[in-house]
Every structure is written in C-alpha cells, then in structure tokens.
Design a protein around this ligand. Structure first.
Ligand code: ADP
Ligand code: MG
Length: 255
C-alpha cells in the first residue's frame, strides 16, 4: 500500500483483431497514487488498453497484474470488484434513472447479476438501503451533483453526465480509476471542474489512468505519460518530456 509501489503492471500485451494489432506488445507500469496519462492519435489503441485492463477484452498474448494478482481468467465484474473502475469514451448511463439511482446501481456490488433486479424493484431497494443512498448522496456531493440527485440522467447537461459517470465508478470504491476521454466535448468551465475533481480523487488515494486529448489537461494533471501510436508504445515519461519528443510530435502530425 505504500506510495510509489507498482499497482498495475502490463507486460507485452498483444491484442489482435484479425490481422490488426490494436496493441503490439505494450508494457505499462502504473505507480500507486499516481495519475498516469495515456495518449496517442485516434485508433492508436488507448481504449483497447482500457478494455484489456478491465477484462472486457482478453489479450491475445501478454499479461496484466493488478495489486500483485494476475488478471488472466477473471471476469470483468470480478476485476471491477477487486478494485478497477472505469468510465467509457461514450457516456453510458441509465438515461431514465435519476442521478442518484445511477450511483446506486454502481454501489450494488453484484452489479451484473442483479442489475435488472435493482431496476425492477428500485423503490423497495431504495427504502431498504438507507446506507446505500446516504453513500450515493455522498458520491454525488463529491462531484458536485447533489442538487441534481433527483434528475433523470438523460436530462442532465452533458458535462454533468460525465461527472455522474465518475461518481458511479467511484461507488465501487476502486483502487484504480480508468477515465476514457473524460474531457471530450466539455466546455472550458466544465473541464476546470473536472480537473479539480480528478485531483481530489487522487488525494483520496485512488490511482488514475487518464486517456485524454487535451494536452493542457494532461500537462497539468499527469505525473507520467505513455504514448501509443498504431498499437505500439512510442514514448513514456514526464509530461513535458513526452510533449517535446519528436516521435510523439510526428505521430500526431502524421495522424
Ligand atoms: P483509440 O482509443 O486510441 O482511439 P481504439 O483502442 O479504440 O483506439 O482502437 C484501436 C484499433 O483497434 C482501431 O483500429 C480500432 O478500429 C481497432 N479495434 C478496437 N476494438 C476492436 C474490436 N472489438 N474489433 C475490431 N477492431 C477493433
Ligand atoms: Mg478511444
């Protein structure tokens, strides 16, 4: 649990889709307590890496270990329960449920098998789970959404939907949070709010992997950055060094 120890280690991860190597022997080492940026042009393999790290994709070859245990052979819900939470590149909320209900779904630890049950019996579920709703309110407050707890998710402004997704991911009480382009489509004030929340998440001891296109966000938040291009890691290190790296500049210009 000490700061600076390795929390997640990916070694030589190969993810092949037919003839395409979406990830080509990528190594990744994430220190506990850090914010690690994962950047690269469109189609370079960033989201694929998140899908491998969360067990949605089983890599063709290579290995991932999290908190000292191998991910191989484990289901995505098992991996989530063991402490890896995520948001998606495209917002995935239950639009007709309220903000509070969306977080409650995240709190429901046997998420996969009981989701329908939660959805069908929500009023009873809410009544019987005062503790759960108190915690869900706490998470909404954490991302500044407590005033909107009763709003249907689909009626929230886009920036608030992204924050709600983060609150729902935090409901798992993760050690590691993966954020896939959380600032995409946000206005400048929304991005500022998001930055503060990500910083606060780290201050609570959660390690973060951040996929992000806005370089200013990457520069101000990330301790270290890895750059993917055509499925290969082409650079890694401190944000400023990575940004000045010629291979990185060329990858973005060539893309
Ligand atoms: P990024 O997130 O960096 O934009 P992705 O990881 O989404 O890139 O995609 C990397 C490459 O892998 C792309 O060429 C994409 O089309 C391909 N890819 C991703 N998922 C699949 C899949 N399930 N089946 C086939 N190809 C895929
Ligand atoms: Mg992507």
């Amino acid at each position: 649990t000490s700061q600076g120890a390795t929390l997640l280690e990916a070694s030589k991860v190969l993810m092949q889709f037919g003839g395409l190597k979406a990830l080509n022997e990528v190594d990744l080492s994430i220190k506990r307590g850090s914010i690690h940026g994962l950047i690269g042009p469109n189609g370079s393999g960033k989201s694929t890496m998140m899908n491998v790290l969360t067990g949605i994709y089983v890599p063709t070859a290579g290995a991932v270990s999290f908190a000292g245990a191998a991910l191989a052979g484990r289901t995505s819900s098992d991996i989530a329960l063991s402490g890896i939470a995520r948001t998606f590149q495209n917002v995935q909320l239950f639009g007709e449920m309220t903000a509070l209900q969306n977080v409650l779904v995240g709190l429901h630890h046997s998420f996969r098998s009981n989701l329908l049950d939660v959805a069908l019996h929500l009023p009873r579920y809410l009544r019987e789970n005062h503790q759960a709703s108190a915690r869900a309110f706490g998470l909404l407050r954490f991302v500044g959404l407590e005033q909107l707890a009763g709003e249907e998710a689909r009626n929230l402004p886009y920036g608030k939907q992204r924050l709600l997704e983060i609150a729902r991911a935090l409901a798992l009480d993760p050690q590691l949070l993966l954020l896939d382009e959380p600032a995409a489509g946000l206005t400048a004030p929304d991005i500022k709010e998001l930055l503060a929340i990500i910083q606060k998440i780290r201050e609570h001891g959660v390690t973060v992997i951040l996929i992000e296109h806005h370089m200013d966000v990457v520069m101000s938040l990330c301790d270290t950055v890895s750059v993917l291009d055509f499925g290969q890691k082409i650079a890694e290190g401190l944000p400023a060094a990575v940004q000045a790296d010629e291979k990185v500049i060329e990858a973005y210009l060539g893309g």
